[in-house]
Write a protein that binds this ligand. Structure first.
Ligand SMILES: CC(C)(COP(=O)(O)OP(=O)(O)OC[C@H]1O[C@@H](n2cnc3c(N)ncnc32)[C@H](O)[C@@H]1OP(=O)(O)O)[C@@H](O)C(=O)NCCC(=O)NCCS
Length: 112
């Protein structure tokens, strides 16, 4: 982790990790696919296949947005491949497409 990075891990009843969501403050010299500017953290999320479609991803996403807001961030960005249903999840949680490429879209959510 770099200063400013943060994340959450979802666990099952036995304490096993079943998913995670995090954001990173990436520099302009080493950006992620969803880089929109210095100071805008980029979100990454994944849930273990067996746990998908049980609400874990949405819960992680909401909690991470709350964490980012509490840490004083004004926006969160992410990159999603076109055709990935996750874009629907992101839209329903307030993310909007800010740039669209042939393969990927960048989405941003305003936190305040
Ligand atoms: C994207 C991902 C994090 C979502 O996590 P999840 O726990 O499966 O999501 P949820 O169960 O909270 O579902 C969120 C919404 O997506 C819908 N959904 C879940 N799986 C779906 C699927 N296979 N196809 C279509 N919609 C689906 C759910 O119906 C839900 O909508 P609803 O609340 O209106 O019912 C997870 O599927 C994943 O890890 N995918 C692989 C990695 C990936 O693509 N990461 C994102 C890269 S941008």
């Amino acid at each position: 982790m770099r200063p400013g990075d943060a994340g959450l891990v979802a666990v099952d009843g036995a304490g096993e990790s079943i998913g995670a969501a995090w954001y990173r403050m990436l520099p302009r010299s080493d950006p992620g696919f969803g880089f929109t500017g210095v100071g805008v953290p980029e979100l990454i999320i994944g849930v273990r296949p067996i746990w998908r479609a049980h609400g874990v991803g949405r819960d992680l996403l909401r909690r991470l947005c709350e964490l980012a807001r509490a840490e004083g961030h004004a926006r969160l960005s992410l990159s999603v491949e076109r055709g990935n249903f996750a874009a629907t999840l992101y839209r329903s949680e307030g993310f909007a497409v800010t740039s669209a490429g042939i393969i990927r879209e960048t989405m941003v959510k305003r936190l305040r």
